[in-house]
Design a binder for this molecule. Structure first.
Ligand code: PA5
Length: 441
């Protein structure tokens, strides 16, 4: 269950503003549900939850099982919506120090086989920038390991991803006897260069990104699900978490996802044009980055939209905390909090209390986190930053699935409230065209 706490917003809004907006919110919500809004042919991310394809989930799991047996590393190549969702979920749901406690070292394993077949492969990412140094160092680091590649690109033409794939293909050809059998593509059903390469090389597997699902809404397709399953995460629970949120939100006219959209809209109209998503659990930072793309690309057009940024507290309270408290008053803040904090480390008591910390002895680190959250939310509200908190049950596959759908639905409604097309990103083409021109395409 995802829940919105908006106690630190009310004093910033005119009396009755939320109620007055309700008919517009209801219309936007109806337009999403009934596919009557702009680009309603891009609402496939809802259809795939309303009509789950269990056979596809099983197929993805079977591929993940093979990767567990045969791969030390799954190298995912993709950018934007073709990698942020997988990275967000994997960061949230795998241990900080994921030691693949070696049953044997890669050097002991037969060439091309996993050294640790009972453990999921490490999922690594490339193809999301143009750094040659990164790619070189990454490939050097992968030397001697059993590597599989999942290249993810709906268009198949995105330069960052396509170039990385070219370099990685050459490297795979040098490293392995069976490079094509180690390559999985996730792309359009027939268009684009990846399909042409598949024709030529007959890769191990191809997954299709549905036409009616845009990149930033694709985490519940093979774009997100295969890397997530490969990392050893229960995709059935994750996917069905999103299904339950979709069903819940679709069956009501009042939901916290709609309220979140409405509050942001009202605050934007009042001149608050920057939104910081703040997490206190560092594992959630990449969910913030996924959220940033989802909201930034969906809303930021036609001269409107809140600029989305991400903060990790309390770390960033020692960098941007001063600004948040006393800088320009155009900021709103959204805290993202699990009800059940995983940080149950006990704080020990010491006999002499030389460091003066016995006042917190006997508490848990989670108590400190909670005090930091609660205190920051209050201080920032007092300092003129309206803030809300989105609570979800715990950092586990099902609640994370619910949470991601909550945001997807909220941004669709929000886009319609703003009267923009939430499902396109025409502005992204401009940098590409300038870059291509300089490269002589
Ligand atoms: O949300 C989007 O549509 C974009 O962020 C794309 O995912 C991103 O540009 C990558 O595109 P592609 O999957 O075609 O390589």
């Amino acid at each position: 269950m995802v829940r919105l706490d908006d106690q630190h917003v009310h004093s910033f809004l005119d009396d009755g503003a939320l109620e007055d907006l309700q008919p517009q919110v209801a219309d936007a919500h109806e337009a999403v549900l009934n596919k009557t809004g702009t680009s309603s042919d891009m609402l496939g991310w809802r259809d795939l939850l309303l009509n789950p394809d269990d056979a596809l989930l099983e197929d993805i799991q079977a591929t993940a099982d093979r990767l567990r047996r045969d791969a030390d590393v799954l190298l995912c190549l993709g950018i934007g919506g073709s990698y942020l969702g997988a990275r967000a979920v994997i960061s949230a749901l795998t241990p900080y120090l994921a030691s693949r406690s070696a049953e044997s070292s890669p050097a002991d394993a037969p060439k091309g086989q996993s050294a640790n077949p009972s453990q999921p492969p490490e999922v690594r990412f490339a193809g999301h920038h143009t750094s040659g140094a990164y790619l070189q160092e990454l490939l050097d680091d992968l030397e001697g390991q059993s590597v599989f590649v999942n290249v993810i690109s709906k268009s198949g033409t995105t330069l960052e991803t396509a170039l990385s794939f070219r370099v990685v293909r050459e490297w795979m050809d040098d490293q392995f006897d069976d490079p094509s059998d180690r390559t999985i593509i996730t792309t359009d059903k027939e268009q684009g260069a990846l399909n042409a390469l598949h024709e030529a090389h007959d890769f191990y597997k191809k997954y299709v990104i549905p036409d009616d699902v845009g990149g930033r809404f694709s985490v519940m397709t093979p774009v997100g699900l295969l890397p997530i399953a490969a990392a050893g995460i229960d995709i059935h629970s994750f996917f069905y978490g999103a299904v339950s949120a979709c069903e819940e939100i679709s069956s009501t006219e009042e939901h916290d996802a709609l309220r979140y959209a409405a509050l942001r809209y009202l605050l934007l109209n009042d001149g608050y044009d920057v939104e910081a998503l703040a997490v206190l659990e560092p594992k959630l930072l990449d969910i913030g980055r996924w959220w940033q793309q989802l909201f930034g690309e969906s809303e930021g057009k036609d001269g409107t939209g809140l600029f989305p940024t991400v903060a990790q507290y309390t770390t960033d309270l020692h960098s941007i905390g001063q600004y948040m408290q006393q800088g320009q008053r155009n900021l709103i803040e959204t805290f993202l909090m699990p009800e059940d904090d995983p940080g149950d480390l006990d704080i020990p008591e010491t006999a002499n209390d030389v460091d003066g910390l016995n006042y917190v002895a006997g508490k848990k680190m989670a108590d400190v986190t909670h005090a930091a959250y609660d205190g920051t939310a209050q201080a920032h509200a007092d300092g003129g930053v309206p803030n809300v908190t989105i609570w979800f049950d715990e950092i586990a596959p099902e609640p994370i699935g619910e949470l991601l759908y909550f945001f997807e639905h909220a941004v669709a409604v929000s886009g319609y409230l703003l009267d923009v097309n939430p499902f396109n990103q025409p502005g992204v083409e401009d940098y590409k065209n300038e870059m291509y021109e300089r490269l002589g395409r």
